[in-house]
Design a protein around this ligand. Structure first.
Ligand code: NIG
Ligand code: FE
Length: 444
């Protein structure tokens, strides 16, 4: 008999989401690793064994045993793209889009409105809002979250957002990314080069906070040449690149991401087949946002004069299929932000990804766990329930992985374990009155 700190036993299904550390691609993406009547053993916050309950109980003795009660057990979600810190909301913009008063993506205007609101907000307001959003993410099963700046867009405001993001104390592991090149801020209208140079000049100053840099390559944001310029400087400083690519039109973002050897290229709605193939060759993960497709009305063309709207133009589901066919490692994330996705629930994202992108249950599970972990360089550490990995575990109020996705709109996660510690039980945060301990460094 071997000793473990904790055993979790009697899972109706232990959905391990196990797979190669390079992620699941092609037909393999549609295969989901499931152990029926499964169990896992945990020691020192890490998984030491997984298997059927009978087998585990005959080999392992736990100081503590958690009975999953014949419910679904899965890895925590890895959400690889968020804009966590922002001021204000964009409720008016949404109604304007729905009612046809605002046409198109409106990215520049919308993002600039949030920049103004973020600059006006004091530190405390931003931090309290972020902590409350992180609570919600955790309750819905997210245990790792990438968090970009991008609503400061001046040296002081971008560094402020990085400082505040890095200082957040929460059970969710937070990975900050510098997104100085989000959109051209209003005050730099007609001074593009100056702003691009400012972003490059800011790079050394962001290094104490993050080694991750994002650039937005989109007709509404920055050109391929501008993104390459910033990206190459970031790379020289040892930073890892992420790219907002081709959301409102093909700006060559997929190819830019591949040329930079970026960890991920995100959105990809209008990317060329060539760009997607280059990404596959470069090992750049493609990240898709069903919440953005849903909320931005990306499947629904503008209203026609009769107020009914033209026939649905279903090009969005094809963007994911095209990337999968090109051999890209694909993931989904929320892209939580006030404009294009005011939801931080990865459960909602799985549900919408199935419907909007026409994916299978197995595909959306792998795309919410292992594959986003690959994009963050963390697949050896998390993203699946495998020996050696961090014990980030969800116990669901569902008996199988299909029902967890099929039922939408309510929270179906009951218990959340982060690095071997129960942080949510019965859908309630478990916290002593003291502030939560800052979670262990993600790579540690
Ligand atoms: O990821 N360049 C695109 N940026 C955001 C939009 C955020 C916003 O609308 O505020 C995105 O969807
Ligand atoms: Fe984004």
């Amino acid at each position: 008999m071997q000793d473990a700190d904790i055993l979790i036993i009697n899972a109706s299904e232990l959905v391990t989401c196990a797979g190669p550390v390079t992620g699941r691609i092609g037909d393999d993406l549609g295969k989901l690793d499931i152990i029926r009547d499964g169990a896992l053993a945990i020691t020192g916050g890490r998984i030491v064994a997984v298997g059927p309950t009978d087998a585990l109980l005959s080999a392992w003795r736990g100081k503590e045993t958690i009975d999953a009660g014949h419910r679904l057990v899965s890895p925590g979600f890895v959400d690889a793209h968020s804009h966590l810190l922002f001021g204000g909301d964009r409720c008016c913009e949404y109604e304007g889009k729905v009612k046809g008063r605002i046409l198109g993506a409106n990215l520049e205007t919308g993002i600039n409105a949030t920049i103004q609101a973020t600059r006006r907000a004091d530190d405390r307001t931003l931090v309290e809002q972020a902590l409350s959003d992180l609570d919600e993410a955790l309750l819905y099963g997210t245990t790792t979250l990438e968090a970009k700046t991008g609503y400061g867009l001046s040296r002081d405001h971008e560094l402020r957002l990085l400082r505040l993001t890095s200082g957040l104390e929460h059970e969710v592991d937070i990975l900050p990314t510098f997104l100085g090149a989000h959109v051209l801020p209003d005050e730099y209208r007609n001074r593009r080069d100056e702003y691009v140079q400012l972003v490059i000049d800011m790079l050394p100053d962001v290094l104490p906070y993050t080694r991750s840099c994002d650039v937005a390559c989109d007709p509404a944001c920055f050109t391929a040449a501008e993104c390459l310029r910033i990206g190459r400087h970031a790379r020289e400083l040892g930073m890892t690149l992420r790219v907002h690519a081709d959301q409102t039109g093909d700006a060559g973002g997929a190819a830019v991401a591949a040329a930079l050897g970026a960890a991920s290229a995100d959105h990809l709605d209008q990317s060329s087949a060539e760009g997607l193939r280059a990404m596959a060759a470069a090992g750049t993960v493609g990240i898709f946002f069903p919440g953005v497709t849903f909320h931005m009305l990306e499947m629904v063309p503008p209203l026609t004069e009769d107020g009914i709207g033209a026939a649905e133009k279903p090009y969005m589901p094809q963007s994911v299929r095209r990337a999968l066919q090109a051999g890209v490692v694909c993931a989904i994330s929320a892209d939580f932000n006030p404009g294009s996705c005011p939801s931080i629930s990865m459960q909602m994202m799985m549900q919408m990804a199935m419907r909007l992108f026409r994916l299978s249950y197995a595909e959306v599970w792998n795309m919410s766990t292992l594959n986003p972990a690959v994009s963050l360089g963390l697949a050896a550490d998390r993203g699946s329930l495998e020996p050696g990995k961090r014990a980030d575990v969800l116990i669901w109020n569902e008996i199988d992985h299909r029902r967890a996705v099929n039922r939408f709109g309510s929270n179906r996660v009951d218990t959340v374990m982060k690095s071997g510690r129960i942080v949510v039980r019965g859908q309630n945060l478990i916290r002593s009155t003291a502030a939560p301990a800052k979670s262990a460094s993600p790579a540690g």
